[in-house]
Design a protein around this ligand. Structure first.
Ligand code: GRF
Length: 220
């Protein structure tokens, strides 16, 4: 099996990046993390990637001013250099132009800390709490031109607790993220994700262990 070469794009701490790096250590995993690319020179994830022995690159968006496409062309050049097949956005805090998105159509994933299509955008945990939802979670989806849209590959959900605040909820959702992102990338890299009428169909189905309500050991 030829492993897919993956670039993980980050802007910050890189915990999802680390979950992908860990998963990709398994010999049977169908993808290898070939590159970590950050748009911020000070992203904490960069040193974590380096410590894990993963090649990294910095394309500082600030150097390109308002010219987003020029910034993306610089990223594309590095992605080409590394022979990248798939891109994973993992806390990558730049909006992408239609040019870049269409170049990576059906080959670029994002992780969003909410059950899409609810709570697109920022501050998802506080908004979930304020709205009173009882179930919250995370979604991995293909990147489309519109932010936090695009066909959903995997979701993981958990129960909101009465005493949750945005921080406690975020911490539990982050654990869900670390389960579903490696799973979704694995499915895509193995060629098991098909787009049918704008929706993802997973060949062979998936275990509900990661995709439905994530069971909590201390459920009350
Ligand atoms: C995660 O919550 C992810 O869902 C969102 O940004 C955060 C990134 O965290 N898109 P990390 O850098 O992966 O730790």
């Amino acid at each position: 099996m030829q492993k897919k070469r993956v670039a993980v794009l980050i802007s910050g701490r890189g915990s999802n990046m680390m979950a992908l790096i860990e998963a990709a250590k398994k010999p049977s995993y169908p993808a290898e993390i070939a590159l970590v690319l950050s748009n911020r020179p000070d992203a904490a994830g960069l040193s974590r990637a380096q410590a894990a022995g993963i090649a990294s690159a910095i394309i500082d968006h600030a150097a390109y001013g308002r010219d987003r496409e020029c910034f993306e062309r610089a990223m594309q050049k590095v992605l080409d250099q590394y022979g990248i097949d798939l891109v994973c956005l993992a806390g990558f805090m730049r909006l992408l132009t239609p040019w870049f998105v269409s170049r990576w159509e059906a080959r670029m994933l994002n992780i969003h800390p909410a059950l899409l299509p609810a709570f697109k955008g920022l501050d998802t945990h506080q908004r979930a709490l304020s709205s009173g939802v009882k179930i919250h979670g995370a979604s991995v989806h293909f990147v489309a031109a519109e932010m936090d849209c695009g066909p959903i590959v995997a979701q993981g959900a958990l129960a909101v607790r009465e005493d949750d605040d945005a921080q406690t909820l975020a911490a539990r959702v982050l654990e869900v993220e670390h389960r579903i992102y490696p799973m979704a990338l694995g499915l895509l890299a193995a060629g098991r994700v098909r787009l049918v009428g704008g929706r993802c169909v997973i060949d062979g189905g998936v275990s509900t262990q990661n995709t439905l309500i994530v069971p909590e050991s201390d459920d009350r």
